[in-house]
Design a protein around this ligand. Structure first.
Ligand SMILES: Cc1cc2nc3c(=O)[nH]c(=O)nc-3n(C[C@H](O)[C@H](O)[C@H](O)COP(=O)(O)OP(=O)(O)OC[C@H]3O[C@@H](n4cnc5c(N)ncnc54)[C@H](O)[C@@H]3O)c2cc1C
Length: 449
């Protein structure tokens, strides 16, 4: 058994377990180490980080935290700065909106960039490896939370050895959208919040520069500093260059046909190129030429699911983090950013603990929930609404949406693609959640029970 809770321990020597080494888990471990915690253990089912080949948007609210964690400079080296976005009709390339993003850095301190997921996760991992305080246990899944408090404990299941019990002072469950800890927490508190099937899936494709070089129109896309969205009824494609413009990243959203057959089994699978081309058959020749470049066997398909909002993220000295408590549709490009915001706030709240008593730990975790929950669920909701607006078919609602796009283009009104809207960006990019947690901790700690 690992160490039990002891009231005499210094706060920074608390034993903290992080379950899951995804974006949220890695950021939690690093954030805690940077706050001076000395005993952080990360348990991960996979044998290594197994990076999925896909792009990710690195919004200023994410970059700000990564910078404070000391990993932004290396991520930014390979990233591409986005200076504009173009939203187009998929069928005929008619531009519905064009937004200049070149002033984002001046407004929010960091440019809006895009990068490779492996660059973000890899640099977070490198940052963790540089911290003596962090120990990784790969190939070891967390199976069952045995106790929630005084001290919390769980069963660790190594791939090739006997299961054993781990006790800690604090357990942070960053075990992703299929979180087993969330399931047992909800059971424990008699709540039946369910996974909501969005009935949509996403193709994720990466084209290498040499694949585009023969086609001037496609070459222009990878050479740009632009996020392009092509929209159509019930579907869209979003694409941008990553990895110093050596890779063009394409992601889509469309009705789910594949996964509906196999509920809950898996969230990613090999997609069929033929099925993908069929889904977008009425999009422009340029889009179809681009999709046709994907080699057979390299279409990756993700299931897109969300979860009904939870009444709480904390039970005893156990807290949920990232997709475990606020999985989102990707239409606002904030899933990983929000997991990293959780990590930053947890670092602040736990560092401000006045004692190592379980009741104080519980209160500090509730402060984390208070700082994060409303914002996270607002963004989940906005992403869902944005997807709905982007996927409208012919009819009055679409006419109104296109009028809003036109007005926004001509006079700068509210954009139906919420990610590109200046007011939404101000709320998302302009919030320094780390500072907010620092500023509000004392008052909130005094108010929670
Ligand atoms: C199509 C698509 C596009 C996206 N685009 C963006 C974007 O542009 N920008 C953005 O910010 N976000 C984006 N996201 C969202 C983002 O990928 C997720 O929100 C983010 O990865 C969540 O991080 P997490 O750490 O909570 O979960 P995950 O990254 O899923 O990590 C969970 C980890 O826990 C491990 N694990 C699970 N169970 C256990 C267990 N029992 N014991 C031990 N380990 C366990 C898993 O192996 C995994 O490593 C996108 C998502 C999708 C589907």
């Amino acid at each position: 058994m690992a160490t039990a809770n002891g009231a005499s321990k210094d706060v920074k020597n608390l034993d903290i377990v992080v379950i899951g080494a995804g974006m949220g888990g890695l950021a939690c471990a690093l954030s805690l180490a940077k706050q001076g915690f000395t005993r952080i253990s990360v348990y991960e089912t996979a044998s290594n980080l197994g990076f999925v080949g896909a792009g990710i948007q690195l919004a200023p609210n994410l970059a700000r935290i990564l910078d404070r964690l000391g990993v932004w400079a290396d991520i930014f080296k390979e990233a591409v700065e986005i200076r504009e976005t173009s939203i187009r009709e998929g069928a005929d390339e008619h531009e519905l909106a064009h937004v200049d993003l070149s002033d984002i850095e001046a407004k929010y301190g960091y440019p809006h960039s895009v990068g490779h997921r492996s660059s973000l996760a890899g640099q977070l991992f490198e940052g963790c490896k540089g911290e003596k305080a962090i120990t990784f246990h790969f190939s070891t899944g967390a199976e069952e939370i045995k106790r929630w408090s005084s001290p919390p404990s769980f069963t660790a299941v190594p791939r090739n050895a006997e299961p054993y019990t781990v006790e800690a002072d604090i357990i942070l469950a960053a075990d992703g959208i299929k979180s087993a800890v969330r399931t047992s927490m909800l059971k424990e508190i008699n709540c039946d919040a369910q996974i909501t099937d969005s009935k949509t899936a996403a193709y994720r494709i990466m084209l290498h520069r040499h694949q585009l070089e023969h086609d001037p129109e496609l070459l222009e896309l990878i050479d740009s500093n632009r996020v392009t969205r092509w929209i159509g009824e019930k579907r869209h494609i979003i694409a941008y260059p990553v990895s110093s413009k050596q890779i063009y990243n394409i992601s889509s959203a469309q009705p789910d046909a594949n996964f509906a057959e196999a509920p809950s089994v898996t969230y990613t699978t090999k997609g069929s190129k033929e099925a993908m081309l069929d889904v977008f058959h009425d999009f422009s020749p340029k889009v179809l030429r681009m999709l046709d470049l994907v080699p057979e066997g390299e279409v990756c398909e993700w299931r897109l699911r969300i979860h009904a909002p939870l009444p709480t993220w904390v039970h005893g000295e156990v807290a949920l983090v990232g997709d475990a408590c606020h999985p989102t549709l990707p239409h606002l490009n904030q899933g990983a950013a929000q997991a990293v915001e959780d990590a930053a706030v947890l670092g602040v709240c736990l560092a401000k603990l006045p004692s190592t008593k379980p009741e104080d730990i519980y209160k500090a975790l509730r402060v984390y929930e208070k700082v994060r929950m409303d914002r996270a669920y607002l963004l989940v909701d906005m992403a869902t609404q944005s997807g709905r607006a982007l996927h409208l078919g012919e009819g009055t609602a679409k006419e109104e949406r296109d009028k809003a796009f036109r007005e926004a283009k001509e006079r700068g009104g509210k954009l139906p693609d919420r990610w590109a809207d200046a007011d939404v960006q101000k709320m998302i990019f302009g919030t320094d959640i780390w500072k907010k947690a620092e500023d509000e901790f004392d008052e909130l700690f005094g108010a929670v029970s």
